[in-house]
Design a protein around this ligand. Structure first.
Ligand SMILES: NC(=O)C1=CN([C@@H]2O[C@H](COP(=O)(O)OP(=O)(O)OC[C@H]3O[C@@H](n4cnc5c(N)ncnc54)[C@H](O)[C@@H]3O)[C@@H](O)[C@H]2O)C=CC1
Ligand SMILES: O=C([O-])CC(=O)C(=O)O
Length: 330
């Protein structure tokens, strides 16, 4: 029995993500929470002939309590998306409080659940979630994940365009660091199977992975950011986690986690100097089984990218922690 909750279920990501979760045989109950439209989205999805029982909730009438209680896995794409000209950090002002409120609810109604954060800026919203859970005395770093899978999905796709690989998902390319611009660091030297990127194409490829989100924001021209590819990526991570929890072995996917709190993470945090960081995670029955150190084996070009990542990321992480510790005046 697995109860999954999507918080922000009526949005551009929330709806296709909820569709994928509804179609998954791994889920028995799907609870949709949003400040608008969840009764409609739930009624629509509930006609699909898959096992999961779907319910929709709004904040009124204790909706959060009813939606969250008994939850095993929460996926959170609640919050505003970017428009052209904005950075992910520009979303902080609104999304920080939204994520804080939702995670306070999880701490209260489903403190043992897995939490997957999609809401931007991920570099700050995950530290916010950790701080909220710590304050409530229920923080288990093995169960809190910032979803950076879209960066991995993009790296697979863009590399396949260069190498001619017919099935991009067969490529395994670690993308590490954070989830914004220069904090996103693809490690093509550690791709499996190995890939050969012509040197005259490398800088453009790195840039495309780092700024893939901007490509979509620009193309959507004011109507939001990546939603469908993000729903695919969010589902891919959720499905891998659920399979690992069910006992499947050798499941590895990068995710943005609190390194000092997970097995193998302390040593990586010493190298990066940043506590919240995305690295490949070996997933297991309790969530993070082990953080895998791909940082120390990065090549010289990648190490330079990592230096730029550390500086930007540290500021984003501190901003998130500060938001909870010293809340801005309302
Ligand atoms: N981690 C990643 O790789 C990616 C993250 N994102 C981020 O995901 C977030 C959502 O993007 P979209 O779905 O396109 O936005 P959207 O505006 O289409 O949907 C957001 C939904 O959140 C809901 N919401 C707002 N406040 C809420 C609250 N307090 N409780 C519950 N629901 C609430 C809204 O009503 C709306 O339905 C954005 O912050 C965006 O930047 C987007 C793409 C990739
Ligand atoms: O670019 C954005 O704002 C949305 C996002 O995180 C992505 O597509 O990677």
């Amino acid at each position: 029995m697995v109860k999954a909750i999507v918080a922000g279920a009526s949005g551009g990501i929330g709806q296709p993500l909820s569709l994928l979760l509804k179609a998954s045989p791994l889920i028995t109950e799907l609870s949709l929470y949003d400040v608008v439209n969840t009764p409609g989205v739930a009624a629509d999805l509930s006609h699909i002939s898959s096992p999961a029982k779907v319910t929709g909730w709004l904040p009124k009438d204790d909706g959060m309590e009813k939606a969250f209680t008994g939850g095993d896995i929460f996926v959170i794409p609640a919050g505003i998306p970017r428009k052209p000209g904005m950075t992910r950090d520009d979303l902080f002002k609104i999304n920080a409080g939204i994520v804080q409120g939702l995670v306070e609810g999880i701490a209260k109604y489903a403190p043992k659940a897995y939490i997957l954060i999609i809401s931007n800026p991920v570099n700050s919203t995950v530290p916010i979630a950790a701080e909220v859970l710590k304050r409530a005395g229920v923080f288990d770093p093995k169960k809190l994940f910032g979803v950076t899978t879209l960066d991995v999905v993009r790296a697979e796709t863009f590399v396949a365009e260069i190498t001619g690989e017919k099935d991009p998902a067969k490529l395994n390319i670690p993308v590490i660091g954070g989830h914004s611009g220069e904090t996103i660091v693809p490690l093509f030297s550690q791709a499996k199977p190995q890939v050969q990127i012509p040197s005259d194409k490398l800088d453009a490829l790195v840039n495309r992975v780092q700024f893939g989100g901007d490509e979509v924001v620009k193309a959507k021209d004011g109507l939001g950011s990546a939603t469908l590819s993000m729903a695919y990526a969010g589902f891919r991570f959720a499905e891998k986690l659920l399979k690992a929890v069910n006992g499947d072995q050798n499941i590895i996917e990068p995710s943005f986690v609190y390194l000092p709190g997970v097995p193998g993470g302390e040593a990586i945090a010493k190298t990066t100097g940043v506590d919240f960081f995305s690295v490949p995670i070996h997933l297991g029955p309790n969530g993070v089984e082990k953080a895998i150190d791909v940082v120390s084996s990065a090549n010289d070009h990648e190490k330079k990218l990592l230096e730029a990542c550390y500086t930007g990321l540290q500021g984003n992480v501190s901003k998130g922690i500060e938001f909870v510790q010293n809340p801005p005046p309302k």
